[in-house]
Design a protein around this ligand. Structure first.
Ligand code: PMP
Length: 410
């Protein structure tokens, strides 16, 4: 049995008050999740007991730090079922993963007349790097549309995936709609026209089991800070032959095997893509986060989130004037985005904050998606391993209070 109360005790911040007498109700995990004690302690332990640079010194501390850093890579590889740890590149965040692929693979493989296919529900992290690449290389970006209910227009895939498509990069789970896209189907469709497939797993890996081999994607990126781990680190997974063929992204120490005044020979995977002193404490923290989630079991995490999300969508839909964005009656990522007639999302968030409830308001780094919906912003509550039904009830009560503040009719 999944014991939410026991899980909650693992997160020290959940016992805090936002204002005197007002306990925290954290409904913003899709933006960044809170951290369990084990993650905080793992990083603390590194700094207190064995901080040193990795891959360089021959002294004991450096050896300990290197082992812990590389162990974190092994843990991440196992967590997403990567064939080998060398295919796990530690980057700054999911955003950097996209930039790395756009910069390194993109500049070597994309030229005038080529197309990159995205979807209309992408986060800016999976739009802007391709816009920069397309502008530079004379390539064209195309966007697979979504239906009104926030599901992709899969029936139009054949129109958008063509012989000209070099890469199809799409999100596994929408951070606004909560749509869970049919990842394997999309990857297969890309491969069928000879294109590569990149998956934005920022809202997948923290919430559901991730299996890169079952998905068969060529690249996949996610961030540590949304999955109980620290900020400052993310992961790029890639198929080995692709990563091996790609030129380095950033140059400097660690990413080289040999340097002369004339040039350099790059290091092997994964270090070829990890220039300079890496994110040592962050990798160790991410490793602890992976241990933590593995201990909870991702299937159980997913089931808990499914039920809490269904409850939230049901409860929110009963509020007068509230419009939910995204699909209903299907499996849904752990987000509930909405607009409330007569109140701007920022005002909603401010009123909720006074009740200790943290939600996100704005465009959630998906401006084109909101533009297509004809709105500039929405409010988003998001759920995680520690969310309680009682917190959803408080969210609903607080939204009723917001309506009262704005004197909207009950
Ligand atoms: N993709 C999606 C779907 C996201 O939700 C986010 C974070 N909001 C990102 C990419 C980017 O993550 P980061 O800012 O950690 O790079």
């Amino acid at each position: 049995m999944y014991d939410v109360e026991k899980v909650r005790a693992d997160f020290p911040i959940l016992a805090t008050e936002v204002y005197p007498g007002v306990p925290l109700i954290y409904l913003d995990s899709a933006a960044s999740s809170q951290k369990p004690t084990t993650v905080i302690q793992a990083m603390d332990d590194y700094y207190q007991r064995y901080h040193a640079n990795v891959h360089r010194g021959v002294h004991k501390l450096s050896e300990m730090a290197t082992t812990a850093y590389e162990m974190a890579r092994v843990k991440v590889a196992e967590f997403i079922h990567a064939p080998a740890p060398e295919q796990i590149i530690f980057v700054g965040n999911a955003t950097e993963g996209f930039n790395l692929v756009a910069h390194s693979w993109g500049r070597a493989n994309v030229g005038p007349g080529d197309e990159i296919l995205l979807t209309e529900m992408e986060h800016h992290a999976n739009i802007v790097p391709w816009q920069i690449l397309a502008a530079e290389r004379g390539a064209t970006l195309r966007f697979l549309p979504f239906h009104e209910d926030g599901t992709l227009a899969l029936e139009r895939l054949g129109e958008f995936l063509t012989k000209r498509t070099k890469l199809f990069s799409f999100t596994a789970v929408s951070n606004v709609f909560g749509t869970i896209n049919p990842v394997r189907e999309l990857v297969d469709a890309a491969h069928a026209v000879g294109a590569l497939a990149m998956v934005d797993a920022a809202q997948l890996t923290p919430h559901m089991p991730t299996d890169v081999q079952a998905i068969d994607c060529d690249f996949l990126a996610f961030s540590s800070h949304k999955m109980c781990g620290p900020t400052g680190i993310g992961v790029l997974y890639g198929k080995r032959e692709l990563l091996e063929a790609m030129p380095p992204f950033l140059g400097g120490g660690d990413m080289i095997r040999r340097v002369t005044f004339e040039g350099f020979i790059p290091n092997e995977l994964p270090w070829k893509f990890e220039a300079g002193t890496p994110r040592i404490a962050e990798a160790i923290g991410l490793g602890a986060a992976v241990d933590y989630l593995t201990g909870l079991e991702m299937e159980a995490v997913q089931a808990h989130e499914q039920s809490i999300t269904a409850y939230a969508l049901e409860s929110l839909s009963e509020i007068p004037g509230l419009t939910l964005l995204g699909p209903r009656g299907v499996r849904h990522g752990g987000v509930a985005s909405f607009t409330l007639q007569g109140i701007h999302p920022h005002d909603i968030a401010e009123i909720l904050d006074k009740d200790g409830i943290a939600i996100r308001a704005g465009h959630h780094c998906a401006m084109p998606l909101h533009h297509k919906l004809g709105i500039t912003a929405s409010a988003r509550a998001s759920f995680y391993v520690h969310t309680l039904p009682a917190e959803i009830d408080k969210l609903v009560a607080s939204l009723h209070r917001a309506r009262d503040v704005f004197r909207l009719e009950r």
